[in-house]
Design a protein around this ligand. Sequence first.
Ligand SMILES: NC(=O)c1ccc[n+]([C@@H]2O[C@H](COP(=O)([O-])OP(=O)(O)OC[C@H]3O[C@@H](n4cnc5c(N)ncnc54)[C@H](OP(=O)(O)O)[C@@H]3O)[C@@H](O)[C@H]2O)c1
Length: 316
Amino acid sequence: MRAAYFTTPLAEDPVNAIEVGDLDLPEVPDGWSRVDIYAGALNMHDLWMLQGVATVPGGAAHVIGSDGAGICEGQEVLVYPVLPTQGRSLAHSVLLSDRGYGLLAEQAVVPAGGVVPKPAHLTWEEAAAIPTAWLTAYRMLFTKARIRAGQTVLVQGAGGGVSTAVIALAKAAGASVIVTSRSAAKRERALEVGADVALPTGERVPELADIVIESVGPATFDHSVMSTRAGGTIVVCGASTGFTTPLNLARLFAREITVQGSTMGTREEFAALVDFIERHRIRPTIDSTVGLDDIRVLAKRMLGGDAFGKLCAVVR
Ligand SMILES: NC(=O)c1ccc[n+]([C@@H]2O[C@H](COP(=O)([O-])OP(=O)(O)OC[C@H]3O[C@@H](n4cnc5c(N)ncnc54)[C@H](OP(=O)(O)O)[C@@H]3O)[C@@H](O)[C@H]2O)c1
């Protein structure tokens, strides 16, 4: 089968760690199912794997990709990207691709129950854009921040897969959305896909936010704290600009702000997300789509930081 994979991580050159070629079909463990993958998408996590940061079993060719959509036992499906947690909390979860079950290949294997039906209004690449980034956004907004209609959501960084998912989900939930971006072009695109206000990164917000979605880290964290209303919540799912940041403790306690970590989402949240997308006829924003053989083009674009929306690959 055709697959995108790596054998040796390259810390300084993750793009060139990617190989595309023919691999043997994956074996199907007891209780798992085979999926014919039609499309996949790339995430920052894939680049970390290619750099040797995320853990993978050593030696063999490791298929990359935690996002995939395809046909499983005759049904069109999206793959839930998280390995079953065996009763432990999601905080101990790993992605399928971390354990050698990557999805950017013509065939993949997934644990029983690890798929949900694909909404009929989505193309294959739109379906493949959803699992990792949209599940993360869904848990942040609905489970952690308990979003309600009429609230204001601030999203730091306008173009990422998580950010574009947050804009669409928060709008469908009846919230107003403020986004920040360093790029005028991305601010314009954010308004086109539904944001109400788009500001240059760090600029004062017109109204304090009930919910702040943080995936950027030190480059925006102080602005996030200063932009949260009294009693509001900052939900953190990433730290693209560094893992530690100064924190304005006076503002935090005086305003009774909650800072909440969030990672991926449960199988139940995944089913609820896909149902929400179907009910609201939401279509994910896609930056670009290539054939599997051109996957390095996507990786370069992700590293370049200019993308707006998900980077997808058609697999067959
Ligand atoms: N915890 C989880 O389960 C989970 C799941 C998925 C992703 N994540 C994490 O979430 C983060 C976002 O992932 P993604 O794939 O959506 O996005 P991405 O494409 O990596 O997006 C990065 C965003 O960060 C902003 N940014 C980057 N450098 C910046 C800087 N120096 N100053 C200000 N803004 C900066 C960019 O905003 P502008 O260019 O618009 O300014 C861009 O919108 C990553 O850290 C990723 O690892 C976590």
